[in-house]
Design a protein around this ligand. Structure first.
Ligand code: ADP
Length: 461
């Protein structure tokens, strides 16, 4: 008798190596434990004292402090997985999470990569092929061709005129807010192309560029999806991540305020359709710019995202557990009809950085107090005495709140921020406290440029 998907899933793996660090390593370990799976933690020399090491079933130091020699060292991670008897690797976010070659190496080593296939990662990792796949699936995209720019300056000039200035030049292999240049008018087009091409060649190893309309006052709205290996996919609602500094998200919320269900519904369904068309598995996020009532796809993240908790709070779905279960081969245990969105959630990224200059701040946390009232969740790996190292991203905690309405959730975040005390290092908490007192933010009247403008005004005051 053939095995049911549930029976074969049970045999896929019972031990997960978590190829990451910090709050997300702790979060994934927690999900593994709740699913009855063993968790293997890894660390660099700088993270030997990480608290999630002592709670893991095994804890393996895989290399020196430099990420290139540890968290990005594919061979060392695969060796650790073999030594610890792991059957699967969870890449978290950042590091190797969107590296198609790593996903491939994991599968070739006979392990399961907790994420989509290497080919889905490669398609979505190239912004031009991603745009083409989305256009084919009927997902609305930013006006502009789904092909790389040619070399011929006259043709490039014609494409820009057809789109209409201002345009934005983007590296096909770009990421992390880099490899983009806005071109306000024709006389600076060719210089912008040359500069961006050179940057793209150096930073991403490919000079391939594309061009699209530059939207002047959009919001950043994204859709979370989850898919299994059996042709089922659902979307779990939407998030607004417009509060950005240097293209980096600072505060996220779910749902995005002021978006009528009949506007977002077809976009969510198009995302689900795109997942089915490309054979996507696991969790992913479709990122859109939203301007004057219309959505424009910009990219897909083929991994778990930092801001996944706001969707967990409003949908009630444990996204990390669902992701691991999908990798085990389980059939998705919810249909679109089961998905609801209740109340409102905010997340603040607490970074170890100066609240005025935003320069990273390393050192020992001498005092820590975290809020624990109902409706407040803190995802973190730090404790009093924890040493924040200068080697990695400055994210040290995520403060997440949930309440029946947006106004109540904002009030709850003010309380949560007031109840958070971190001493010994600088953090962005004073800046977040001020932001949650802002009237335009409270009214939901912001776009992706709002935070930078707000900071400029504050500095001038
Ligand atoms: P990355 O992969 O580097 O994060 P994205 O394509 O997601 O790049 O874009 C990052 C940010 O750049 C967006 O959140 C938005 O703020 C801005 N951006 C990207 N494309 C456009 C566009 N066509 N018009 C206006 N802003 C854009």
């Amino acid at each position: 008798m053939p095995e049911t998907p549930e029976q074969s899933a049970a045999a896929r793996f019972d031990t997960v190596l978590i190829a990451n660090r910090g709050e997300i390593a702790a979060r994934i370990q927690h999900a593994c434990r709740e699913l009855g799976l063993k968790a293997v933690a890894i660390c660099s020399e700088a993270d030997r004292e990480a608290p999630y090491g002592s709670t893991a079933d095994s804890f393996i130091c895989i290399g020196p402090s430099s990420a290139a020699k540890s968290y990005l060292n594919q061979d060392a991670i695969l060796l650790a997985a073999r030594l610890a008897g792991a059957g699967a690797i969870h890449p978290g976010y950042g590091f190797l999470s969107e590296n198609a070659a790593f996903a491939d190496a994991v599968e070739k080593a006979g392990l399961i990569f907790i994420g989509p296939t290497a080919s889905s990662i490669a398609t979505m990792g190239d912004k031009i092929s991603a745009k083409r796949a989305m256009m084919t699936a009927g997902v609305p995209c930013v006006p502009g061709p789904d092909t790389a720019l040619p070399d011929d300056p006259a043709t490039i000039g014609r494409i820009a005129l057809e789109i209409g200035y201002p345009v934005i030049i983007k590296a096909a292999g770009g990421g992390g807010g880099r490899g983009m240049r806005v071109v306000p008018k024709a006389d600076v087009l060719h210089e912008a192309i040359a500069l961006t091409r050179e940057e793209a060649r150096k930073a991403f190893g490919s000079p391939s560029l594309y061009m699209e309309k530059f939207l002047e006052h959009p919001r950043h709205i994204e859709i979370q999806v989850i898919c299994d290996d059996h042709g089922n996919a659902v979307w779990l609602g939407h998030r607004d991540c417009s509060m950005q500094r240097r293209h980096q998200k600072v505060v996220e919320e779910a749902p995005a305020p002021g978006i009528a269900p009949d506007i977002i519904q077809p976009v969510g369904l198009a995302c689900v359709e795109a997942c089915l068309q490309i054979g996507y598995r696991g969790v992913g996020t479709f990122e859109f710019l939203y301007e004057d009532g219309a959505f424009y796809f910009i990219e897909m993240n083929t991994r778990l995202q930092v801001e996944h908790p706001v969707t967990e709070m409003t949908s009630g779905v444990d996204i990390v557990q669902a992701q691991i279960r999908a990798a085990q081969g389980h059939v998705l245990d919810l249909t679109q009809g089961d998905v609801t969105c209740e109340g409102h959630s905010f997340e603040c990224r607490i970074n170890a950085e100066d609240p005025e200059t935003f320069l990273p701040s390393a050192g020992v946390v001498t005092h820590l107090a975290l809020p624990a009232e109902p409706g407040i969740r803190v995802d973190t790996h730090i404790h009093a005495g924890y040493k924040v190292s200068p080697y990695y991203d400055s994210l040290i905690a995520k403060l997440i709140v949930h309440a029946p309405t947006r106004a109540e959730a904002m009030a709850r975040m003010r309380e949560a921020l007031a109840g958070t005390e971190i001493e010994g290092i600088s953090t962005n908490i004073p800046f977040l406290r001020a932001l949650f007192e802002d009237d335009a933010f409270a009214r939901g009247e912001t776009d992706i440029h709002y935070l930078e403008q707000w900071l400029k005004l504050r500095r001038a005051a």
